[in-house]
Write a protein that binds this ligand. Sequence first.
Ligand SMILES: [Zn+2]
Length: 291
Amino acid sequence: MHLPRQQCTIAKPCAVDGFGYWSGRDVRVEFRPAAVDAGVTFVRHDLERPARIPAMITHRVETPRRTTLRAAGVTVEMVEHVLAALAGLHIDNCEIWVNAAEMPGCDGSSQPFVAALLAAGVAVQSAPRAALIVQEVTRLGDVDSWIEARPTTADCLSLKFRIDYGATTAIGRQTLTLPINPDSFSRELAPSRTFLLKSEAEWLLAQGLGARTSQKDLLVFDHRGPIDNVLRFRDECVRHKALDLVGDLSLAGCDLIGHFVAHRSGHRLNAELVRVLLSEGEVMHGRRKSA
Ligand SMILES: [Zn+2]
C-alpha cells in the first residue's frame, strides 16, 4: 500500500544568479512559494506581458541535449537541473520567476539550486502528494539506449543508471543504483556536473554556442579525463545522468513510485517514458486506493 507523503513548498523566496551555458545571457532565477496543488510553474517576467509555463510533460518541446518547455509561444530552456533540485527535495509547489529564457548553468550541477532552496527552508503543506504507481514493466528504446519502469516493493522512486563510453575511454562504463529521497538526492546526485567530450565542446563553440562557458564551469573530457577540472565523484558522469533523469521524471507532475532502469538513456527517452506512464497508468490522489 502506498502512503502518500504531504505536499511541500518553500518557506520563503530565494534566488540564484548566473548565466546561460548556451546563450551566455545573465539570468536570475527566483523561487517563490506556491499553494497546494499549484505544481511547479515558470514565470517569464522579462516580457511585456509575464508568461506562465507549467513544468508539465505536455509543455515539453524537443531540443538537442537539454529540456525546453513552451506555453503560448514562450519558452524556458535548460530547465532540467532546476527541476531536478525541486523534485529531489520533494518541493512540489513553487513558482520560478526568470528574466531570460535560459536557466543559469552555474557549475553544471543542481547544487546551487539545492543550497538556495534548503537555505529558504522546505514547508510541509496540508494535502497529500498525488502518485502514479508503476504496475507493470514498461520499456522504451532499442538495444543501444533504453529505459524501463518496473514495479517496486519499496514505497518510493529508485533508479539504476548505466552509461557506456567504451572500456578504454576516460569516462568508461559506470553504473549507479540509488533510492531517491531528499537526503540521497542532496548528497549523491545534486553536486554532479554536466559533462561532454572535447569534440562536442569544440563543435558547440563552432556553432557560436557556449562562448562564455569555460572548462571550469562544467566537465569537458579528453582521453585522459576532465580538462582543467577535478571530479567530485569517481563516477560523476553517471550520477549526473541520474540527476537529469530525476528532473525529466518530475514533468509527470506527481510522484512516480517504481524502479527505473536506464541504459544510455537521455532526455528524449526519459520524457517519452513519462508520457507513456501517464497515458497508461492511473494517478492516485490521497489514500483512497492501494497498489
Ligand atoms: Zn544535465
